[in-house]
Design a protein around this ligand. Sequence first.
Ligand code: ZN
Length: 296
Amino acid sequence: MIKESAGKISEEFYALGTPSLPAYLLKGGTPVLFDAGMTFMGPSYLQELQQYLGDAHRLSFLFLTHSHFDHSGSAPFLKNNIPGLKVAASHLAAEIFQRPNAVQLIQNLSKGMEEANRSRIGDADVTFRGLELDRSLQDGDQIELGDGTRIQAIATPGHTRDAISYYIPRLKALVAGEAVGSFDRNFNVRSVFLSSYDDYLLSLQKLRKLEIDLMMMGHSYILTEGAQEMIAKTIEATKAFGRRIEMELSSLGGDQEAVVKKIFQEDYVEKKLIRQEERPFLINLKAQVKAVTEKK
Ligand SMILES: [Zn+2]
């Protein structure tokens, strides 16, 4: 079943924040959080952690699925406000978070939402000024939480190079990030490969081998059943979108910009399939067209 990412998900999992920017809390004996959306969300995540854990300081780990501003924006705020909190992400993200131009980009992309949510932020300092990881992860790394729970890091590049999905074998739960696509307004799967078409497919093949009872997506939804069917559909959607882009490229003489315009017009304007705002959708679509030209 498909459910919104909000509130209690299972005996141990909770979605904090808003469904579009969820942070997933695994309560357990050693509480950990997955993802920390845009900067302006920091104070509300903290408040909810306080509410669910009795004491937000009990949070031991924050695991990030990738370095995009809408998944990592609040990480520095949470680290500054929760003493001893350890932040983990891909070793590739570790480098990105230290790069001045990447930090600047996160700041720029966060600014509009910070201004629109001033009242939610109050006096809190949520500015993203870089992030030092406590643990940089490689594919296959296992993190023992000490309460009998093991978190498995699975490198799932393709949306970004630094994407990691987290599998919790004890619960057969997968925090997928954006490795498994997203739903459009008609609940059809949309592939969200950006950095590499080929890697995205390889990552999906990896996830296909897992036994999954609960799958948490990067935005808006969780699946309490049918995760493997969804992964199979995402593989199909990825290939179909790849073919569509290739066809458009050949009919438009290889003009990538024209292909972006055409698909935007059809899917965004006419069919109104997309939930995302226009600007990030266009940036992503451009990356998708480019990724298809680089596919093997
Ligand atoms: Zn992303």
